[in-house]
Design a protein around this ligand. Structure first.
Ligand code: SAH
Length: 518
C-alpha cells in the first residue's frame, strides 16, 4: 500500500545528471537540501553533495557491503529502514535514475515495502553528450530516432535481450552506454548485421565536465581511434549519420578555461560560487580550504558588541567580509534578537560582496568603496564620514591592522571586535597537495593574504619547485595579496585588476589565453 500523506518522509530517487552541477534539476536541489541521508552512486561527483544540508549524512554505495550487484539488497534495505525511521532519503544516481540505473528496481522495493517515494528525472549521459559536444542526436535529414542501448550484455549470450540486427537497421542514432570494454564486439555485431562500416561514430568520455573528451571515426575505425586517443570506460558510444553534422569546435570546448586545472582555496562553505563560475568557463576545479571559519573561541567580545549596538553606543559599524556580516547576525539571532539591534548605526562594507551579504538581511550599507575593495580603499572611502565618531570594526581573529590605524587618525574611538575565527585547515597528506606535487593543477587562486599564507605554508619543496619553474601559476586577488605571496618567496603570475572573485577569475582567464593548453 502506498502512503500518500505528503507530510510523511519520503524516499526520493533522484537523477544527478551527467556531472556538471548546473545540470541538476531544481527539484533535485530542493530535495537534496531537505535530505537526512543522501545515498549516492560512485559515478556521482561528490561536488553535488554540497546541495545537501551540512547536517545530512552522506554515503556512497561503495561503503555498503558486497560487490555489485550483491549490493542491491543492502541499498534497498537502507532506503526502507531509513524512511521507516522517519528520515528523508535522497537516493542520488548518475544521469537519469531510470536509464540503466536500476532505479526501477529500487522503486519496486519501496513500493513493496509501502514506502512513499518520488522520482526526480535527470539529464541522461546521451543527452548531455549531444549538448556539450554539439552532436545533433536527431536530425531532420539523418536521424529520426534515438536508441538508448546497454553495451553491457555480451552479444550472443543465451537470453540476451539486445537485437543487434534490429539496431543495425535502426533509422537513427544509437547511444550505447557501458560499452567501451566491449567496443570491438559491438562494432563487429553491427557490421555483421549490415550496418554500413562508414557510418559516423563517436566515443565520448565525461561529457559536460572540463575533462570531457571525444574521438570520431567511421564505425569500422572507431576502436582504433579510441585506443589512439586513450579513451577508457566509462564512456558513451554514439553511432549514426547525424554525428557527421556535429560542430567542429563545440561551444563548451571553446570556453576560455576549457580543460584548465584551477585550484580554489576559499573556505569550504564559501567556495561554491567561485567553483561554479570556473566550471561554467570549462575549468577542471580542485579545492583546498586553507582556512575554516568558526564561531570565535571567545564569545565575550562579540556578545559585548551586540549589547553595545543595542544600546546605540556606536555611530559606525564596519564589515570587511561577508563572513563578518553572517557571523555577527548569526550571534544576534542566537540571542533571540534581529536586525533591529543595529538601530541607527551607520554601516560600511569593504566591497560589493560584503554589501550583498547585508542585503540578504534587507540591510543596506551606507558606504561601499567605488573601486578599490581593500582596507586602503575602505579607509579612504570612510575617512571623510567618521570624524569625531565612534567606529566598531567587525573582523576575523587575524588580519591587517591598517583600517583601524587609518580610521583612528580621524575618529573619536575605533574598536575591533572578533566576530569569527579563521583556523588553518590544510592536511599535508591531502589529495590536492598530491595533485599539486604531480603537476596536475596549473592555476592556484589566492583570494586573500591570509589564505595565501595558509596555502603557501602547506607547500613542500616539490610544489615550490613547480611554482619556481612556472609550472604552477599563483594568481592573487589584489596587489596586497600579491605582496604577501612575494614575501613568502614565491613569484606571482598575475594579480586581479578588480579585487573581487570575478576579478580573480578574469586574471586566470587572461593567463590561460596567453598560454596553450598543456
Ligand atoms: N543513469 C545513467 C547511466 C548509468 S550507466 C544516465 O542516465 O546517464 C553508466 C554509463 O553511463 C557509463 O558507462 C557511460 O556509458 C555513461 N555515462 C554516464 N555519465 C557519462 C558522461 N558524463 N559522459 C559519457 N558517458 C557517461
Amino acid at each position: 500500500m502506498l502512503m500518500t500523506d505528503p507530510s510523511q518522509p519520503l524516499v526520493f530517487l533522484v537523477g544527478a545528471g551527467p556531472g556538471s552541477p548546473g545540470l541538476l534539476t531544481l527539484r533535485a536541489a530542493e530535495v537534496l537540501a531537505r535530505a537526512d541521508l543522501v545515498l549516492y552512486d560512485q559515478l556521482v561527483p561528490e561536488r553535488l553533495l554540497e546541495f545537501a544540508s551540512p547536517a545530512a549524512r552522506t554515503m556512497c554505495v561503495r561503503e555498503l557491503p558486497g560487490q555489485h550487484p550483491d549490493k542491491y539488497p543492502h541499498i534497498h534495505s537502507l532506503l526502507i529502514e531509513t524512511a521507516r525511521a522517519g528520515k528523508t532519503v535522497v537516493r542520488l544516481k548518475g544521469g537519469d535514475p531510470l536509464i540503466f540505473g536500476r532505479g526501477g528496481e529500487e522503486a519496486e522495493a519501496l513500493r513493496t515495502a509501502g514506502i512513499a517515494y518520488e522520482i526526480v528525472p535527470g539529464v541522461t549521459a546521451a543527452i548531455a553528450a549531444g549538448a556539450y559536444l554539439e552532436i545533433p542526436l536527431t536530425h531532420r535529414e539523418h536521424a529520426s530516432a534515438i536508441a538508448l542501448v546497454t553495451g553491457h550484455e555480451v552479444p550472443n549470450k543465451p537470453g540476451t535481450r539486445i537485437d543487434w540486427r534490429a539496431l543495425s537497421a535502426f533509422p537513427g542514432t544509437l547511444a550505447i552506454y557501458m560499452g567501451i570494454a566491449r567496443l570491438p564486439i559491438i562494432v563487429s555485431e553491427l557490421l555483421k548485421h549490415g550496418k554500413d562500416p562508414k557510418t559516423p561514430a563517436a566515443i565520448v568520455e565525461r561529457a559536460s565536465s572540463g575533462e570531457q573528451r571525444s574521438v570520431y571515426a567511421t564505425l569500422d575505425g572507431i576502436e582504433d581511434a579510441r585506443r589512439h586517443g586513450g579513451l577508457e570506460a566509462p564512456g558513451l558510444i554514439l553511432v549514426g549519420d547525424a554525428i557527421a553534422r556535429r560542430a567542429a569546435a563545440p561551444w563548451f570546448e571553446s570556453r576560455p578555461l576549457f580543460g584548465r586545472r584551477v585550484l580554489v582555496t576559499r573556505p569550504r562553505h564559501q567556495a561554491l560560487g567561485m567553483v561554479q563560475k570556473l566550471e561554467h568557463l570549462g575549468a577542471v576545479v580542485s579545492r583546498l580550504s586553507a582556512v575554516d571559519i568558526r564561531e570565535p573561541a571567545d564569545l565575550s567580545g562579540i556578545d559585548a558588541a551586540v549589547s553595545q549596538l543595542r544600546r546605540g553606543e556606536w555611530d559606525w559599524l564596519v564589515f570587511t567580509s561577508a563572513n563578518g556580516v553572517h557571523a555577527l547576525l548569526r550571534r544576534v539571532d542566537a540571542f533571540g534578537l534581529d536586525v533591529r539591534v543595529l538601530g541607527r548605526v551607520r554601516i560600511a562594507t569593504i566591497g560589493p560582496k560584503t554589501a550583498a551579504a547585508l542585503r540578504e538581511y534587507r540591510v543596506r550599507a551606507d558606504v561601499v568603496p567605488d573601486a578599490t575593495f581593500s582596507s586602503e580603499g575602505l579607509a579612504a572611502a570612510l575617512g571623510p564620514h567618521v570624524g569625531g565618531q565612534r567606529v566598531l570594526l567587525a573582523r576575523a581573529n587575524r588580519g591587517r591592522d591598517l583600517l583601524r590605524q587609518e580610521l583612528a587618525k580621524v575618529a573619536a574611538a575605533v574598536e575591533q571586535v572578533t566576530v569569527y575565527d579563521q583556523v588553518d585547515a590544510i592536511a599535508p597528506e591531502g589529495a590536492v597537495l598530491d595533485a599539486l606535487r604531480r603537476g596536475e593543477i596549473r592555476y592556484v587562486t589566492l583570494p586573500s593574504s591570509n589564505i595565501a599564507r595558509g596555502v603557501l605554508g602547506a607547500f613542500d619543496e616539490t610544489i615550490r619547485g613547480r611554482v619556481a619553474r612556472g609550472e604552477i601559476h599563483l594568481v592573487a586577488i589584489s596587489p596586497e595579496t600579491g605582496k604577501a605571496v612575494r614575501e613568502l618567496g614565491y613569484p606571482v603570475a598575475a594579480e586581479a585588476d578588480v579585487f573581487t572573485e570575478d576579478g580573480l577569475i578574469d586574471a586566470v582567464v587572461r593567463l590561460a589565453r596567453a598560454e596553450p593548453v598543456t
